[in-house]
Design a protein around this ligand. Sequence first.
Ligand SMILES: [Zn+2]
Length: 317
Amino acid sequence: MGARKLSYAGRLTLANSVLNTLHNYWGSIFLIPKTVVQKIVNRAPLVAWNKVCCSKSEGGLGVKNAENWNIATVGKLVDWIYKNADRLWVLWIDHVYLKGQDWHTYIPPSDSNWNWRNICKVRGLLSAGYMNNVWQDARGYSVGSGYAWLQGMHPPVQWHKEIWDGWCVLKHSIIGWLIKQQALNTKQKLFQLRLCDNDVCIICGAATESREHLFEDCQYVLRIIEQLEQWMHLSMTGQNALLSKLQKKVARMAKLACWYTIWLERNRGRLEHRITRPEILVQDIQRLVKARVQLLLRGPVMIADQHWLKKMQIQIS
Ligand SMILES: [Zn+2]
């Protein structure tokens, strides 16, 4: 399939849906070989795979870690045996393999079939989660709880809400996430890797093109941000504790659209050796924000927000 041609956003959606389908169908019976899993998920990553597989609130993309999900799915069978569930399959397993031996310490004979040995292997991987043959989660074993246990805990991040707001465009969110992960290949990075003959900002030519410069300090970027802030009557960078819910959503959307547009413009500038006037980019961002507010705004709007939208010349019906 042409996964190579897909954007990062498309690939993310594809990876999750393919893996889910595959696992729901096969994963509950077999332990899918590691090499197959690797073929599905592998590509040269901008961000380490274990980071990608963290939940969004932990700074990841919430992509399923296919290997662990697979183990957790097979874990369902392991748990049936632990619980001595009232199932024909469990009776059969006991009759053919266990013959009354303790499941927690059972070792399969080396000539037993590979499927059974795989189930025993998963038992080994999950066994630390069992105390006296009872799964550590009070609600009992579920694929979700087994998966969470295998993934372990990661410290939460503060910024996930500003990146993954439902009003933001997905491809903007992904660029925002890559910026937060310091994963974009800025010229500073490329120059350090000797993949570039200088590290100067393509847009202004006056400083090193670091992440901070490109998205916060570059004169060009500051002009765009200034014009957007004037238009929205709020600060896109400062603390906005007094803003309404709607204003916060719109500010987040504008900020991510701004970052995305700058990154696109920087990449275009690298190829075409010319830079668009900031006013033009501001207009593009304004058009996008207007269209999305009109599309996504539902229900009654507070009077103060109505005035605010009017000042920004956003008509709502
Ligand atoms: Zn610059």
